[in-house]
Write a protein that binds this ligand. Structure first.
Ligand SMILES: C[S@@+](CC[C@H](N)C(=O)[O-])C[C@H]1O[C@@H](n2cnc3c(N)ncnc32)[C@H](O)[C@@H]1O
Length: 493
């Protein structure tokens, strides 16, 4: 059934690479808060065991098994199991599915599956076709997946939903409610509780009791049920009910902000519900209890919440809706073809734009290193751009771009690191929100550069060479975010 040339044999022993850093899938899970310090991690197909060693050094309990490098280790059932870049080296389709099933059988809470994607493999695709992949010049087998193909395969073999974590990486949760909670939390924005406007005796006296309540309401946008706070008993003793306790909070804080928080939380929930349409919506009774309560608090009924979410989702089908949302966005750099945003500003945009980006994220997961998001206006496409020097370089160069088309689901990746004349950014304040700590610094530099006429040749300054020429012409140079005159260390203005 396999094999363009049956005389060829794939060499598994050579597939394990030596890692100098924790692998991407495990890093991803740590960033997503899925590896608590006490977690037990089992690395199925651990190669030479570099990830296991690193995890142990970081304070996790971890072990691993590998048919080539650690055949005698025990396979332990564990809270988290990592199947990292294993399935793409197995040329036999049945064995590949079996490895996935074995790893899943060991996972008590979470399985992380990763595989190399087609975008990484273009350079190798000339080597030699073998089975459903390629035989490399070293004699190893590599199957390069498409993002969606990997998901379909996992879901078809395991019969559970896979959640995209990042390109080429999926999470498979044992518990359906944990999965829904994880996905919903992705679309819940982080907000600090409103500040106090004046001190009030009752509030000050019971602040310790009230703070968890304020924290809860700022996270969920609604009052908690009695069983949702650890200190409910103490609050009830003083105030009689959580509602009354919160009235005290309202009296001493900016009450308008609490309304905004409620509004934002209900929008977050809508974005989550709209996007959950793609993977089959969880029936109300199987949603985590806290989400069921959110739905009731904001929409009264699940059917109503879903209908509103669907309306929002279907509205994206009209190109005008996205284009209008881009044009009206108070944040982001608008060009004729796209709106560009720093990832930290995404939460500040309208539900339409969050949903638009969410469609891409729901497909790809988080794109590591990407910090600028390009929402295309003319076609249903989202790009994740990586500017590693965004914070420190006043005009950071583009390192890579990952683009996904939301109708064809084609993913393209482009590397700019070896280009001699990379695209660069200007007016960095436009990409971030006004609350960004460096907003003022970025805006000041833009004013000065504009005043010096540096932005006149808009066609050329978008690339390193043209920008360096413009600077050289004026006799100015940049140190950090300061513009200096050559010949003397005069700061401008
Ligand atoms: C590319 S390496 C990845 C190693 C490690 N997980 C990492 O990310 O560094 C692929 C590994 O899969 C192992 N492997 C091959 N067939 C396997 C199977 N059927 N079950 C489990 N592991 C397998 C190989 O021995 C090899 O160590």
């Amino acid at each position: 059934m396999f094999g363009t040339d049956s005389r060829l044999q794939a060499n598994r022993a050579l597939t394990a690479i030596s890692r100098t850093d924790l692998s991407r899938p495990l890093k991803c899970a740590i960033v997503d808060g899925l590896l608590g310090k006490g977690s037990y991690v089992f690395d199925y197909g651990c190669g030479r065991g570099d990830d296991v060693r690193r995890l142990v050094a970081m304070g996790y309990r971890a072990s691993g098994w590998d048919p080539v490098h650690r055949p005698d280790s025990e396979c332990n059932r564990s809270s988290v199991v990592n199947l990292g870049y294993v399935v793409n080296v197995i040329e036999d389709a049945q064995e590949r599915s079996e490895a996935l099933r074995q790893a899943w059988a060991l996972a008590e809470d979470l399985l992380i599956v990763s595989a190399r994607l087609g975008l990484d493999g273009r350079a190798l695709q000339g080597t030699c076709a073998f089975a459903d992949g390629w035989l490399t010049s070293r004699g190893t087998f590599q199957k390069f997946y498409e993002q969606q193909e990997l998901r379909h395969w996992i879901e078809q073999v395991l019969r559970v939903n896979a959640v995209p974590a990042a390109p080429g990486i999926y999470y498979i949760f044992r518990d359906e409610q944990t999965r829904s909670d994880f996905v919903a939390a992705r679309y819940r924005r982080r907000r600090a509780a409103p500040r106090l406007t004046k001190s009030e005796a009752l509030f000050t006296a019971h602040r310790d009791h009230l703070e968890p309540l304020m924290q809860f309401v700022s996270e969920r946008g609604r009052l908690p049920f009695d069983d949702e706070l650890s200190n409910t008993r103490a609050i009830l003793d003083v105030f009689g009910s959580l509602r009354r306790a919160f009235r005290t909070v309202l009296a001493v804080t900016e009450s308008e902000r609490w309304n905004e928080i409620k509004q934002e939380r209900s929008q977050d929930l809508l974005v989550y519900l709209a996007l959950s349409q793609f993977e089959g919506r969880t029936p109300f009774g199987r949603l985590p209890l806290s989400l069921q309560r959110d739905v009731k608090a904001f929409f009264g009924a699940y059917t109503r919440a879903c209908a509103t979410a669907d309306e929002l989702l279907f509205s994206l089908g009209s190109p005008d809706v996205v284009d209008t949302a881009c044009r009206q966005s108070p944040i982001g750099k608008l060009t004729p073809s796209a709106l560009y945003l720093h990832e930290s500003a995404l939460a500040e945009t309208s539900p339409v734009l969050r949903l638009y980006e969410g469609c891409a994220r729901g497909y790809l997961g988080r794109v590591e290193g990407a910090n600028i998001i390009k929402l295309h206006r003319g076609e249903p496409t989202v790009s994740y751009l990586s500017y590693p020097e965004f914070d420190r370089n006043p005009h950071p160069p583009l390192a890579s771009a990952l683009t996904v088309h939301l109708q064809t689901f084609r993913v393209r990746w482009r590397d700019y690191t070896s280009s001699g004349n990379r695209p660069i950014l200007h007016r960095k304040e436009l990409f971030v929100s006004r609350d960004h700590p460096a907003y003022g610094k970025f805006a000041r530099l833009t004013r000065i550069e504009e005043g010096k006429g540096l932005y006149r040749d808009t066609n050329r300054i978008g690339f390193e060479a043209g920008w360096n020429e413009a600077l050289a012409r004026t006799g100015l140079y940049l140190r950090g975010h300061r513009l200096l005159a050559r010949g003397g260390l005069r700061s401008i203005p």
